[in-house]
Design a protein around this ligand. Structure first.
Ligand SMILES: [Zn+2]
Length: 83
């Protein structure tokens, strides 16, 4: 009978250890992944903006997609007339 009580106590302790992170989430563990995700998202947005900015602001050749200066009338790469 005493061994059964010991097994029960052991089971309760194991279940408590397993469930403790879910019942009592450590407050210092949650903000860290959130900040990491936010930094990753912001870095991805910044990288996307950096790649999109020249395309949206400058002119691009319709034939070869090469960047063109605003004063250019023809593409410097393929010679197509710029719109
Ligand atoms: Zn071109």
């Amino acid at each position: 009978m005493a061994s059964m009580v010991a097994v029960l106590v052991l089971l309760v302790v194991m279940v408590a250890l397993i469930l403790r992170p879910f019942v009592f989430p450590a407050p210092e563990n949650n903000p860290v992944p959130a900040i990491d995700v936010r930094q990753q998202v912001e870095a991805a947005i910044a990288a996307r903006k950096a790649t999109l900015a020249p395309v949206s602001q400058g002119r691009v050749c319709v034939s070869c997609s090469a960047a063109a200066e605003p004063e250019d009338s023809f593409c410097r790469k393929c010679g197509s007339k710029l719109l």
